[in-house]
Design a protein around this ligand. Structure first.
Ligand SMILES: [Fe+2]
Ligand SMILES: [Fe+2]
Length: 205
């Protein structure tokens, strides 16, 4: 596989003129080569010859993340439905917001999977097996918050590792993962606030 060319902003500007290979002066791929390569594997879509990872491996990792997001969305939805009473109202609104954001993450992951030539795996039979986080009903509001916090902490660690794995090999997917990671950290922070606000007295009644 062809190595990715390094772009240096400090490089001298390319000489002006009609020569389509002028960019070689900056260490960039000549335009003719870019055009030829793009046409050669046109059916690979967004995955070009300079993609230095195995797209199938990245798709598999993203499918695990996709399963995690769906399991988290389902768990938050369940917690939203069963959280009752004045004291649980604020927690319920947080659960709903988190559920919606997990589904947004799922959509963005699925879109990237398709861009990489893969298929989003949403088979419900295997969702919980493939998810990093587990699904827990929760027996009371405090228990639900703790289960959600555990799941967020699992997601944070797995996304951090995934971003590191992707590195500069796939900056588009890495940026997506880093965006999602930042939201998972906010979720964990929200859940900590809920726990600290009502450490023992909140209930589902
Ligand atoms: Fe998420
Ligand atoms: Fe989350």
């Amino acid at each position: 596989m062809t190595a990715v060319k390094t772009f240096s902003p400090q490089s001298k500007p390319a000489p002006s003129g009609p020569d389509t290979n002028a960019s070689t002066a900056q260490g960039l791929t000549p335009t003719d080569t870019l055009r030829q390569r793009a046409r050669q594997d046109v059916m690979d879509g967004a995955v070009t010859s300079t993609y230095t990872l195995d797209p199938k491996e990245v798709v598999a990792l993203l499918n695990d993340a996709l399963a995690t997001e769906w399991v988290c969305a389902l768990r938050y939805k369940r917690h939203y439905y069963v959280a009752k009473g004045i004291k649980a109202r604020f927690a319920a609104s947080e659960f709903l917001e988190h559920a919606q954001q997990e589904l947004d993450h799922a959509d963005r992951l699925a879109e990237r999977i398709v861009q990489l030539g893969g298929n989003p795996d949403l088979n419900p039979d295997t969702l919980t097996q493939r998810s990093h986080a587990t699904y827990h009903d929760g027996t009371g509001l405090r228990d639900m918050i703790i289960e959600d916090l555990v799941a967020e902490r699992i997601a944070i660690d797995s996304y951090r590792e995934l971003a590191k794995f992707l590195g500069d090999h796939d900056s588009t997917t890495r940026k997506l993962i880093e965006d999602i990671l930042a939201v998972e950290e906010e979720h964990a922070d929200d859940l900590m606030d809920l726990l600290e606000a009502e450490p023992t007295s909140i209930s589902t009644q």
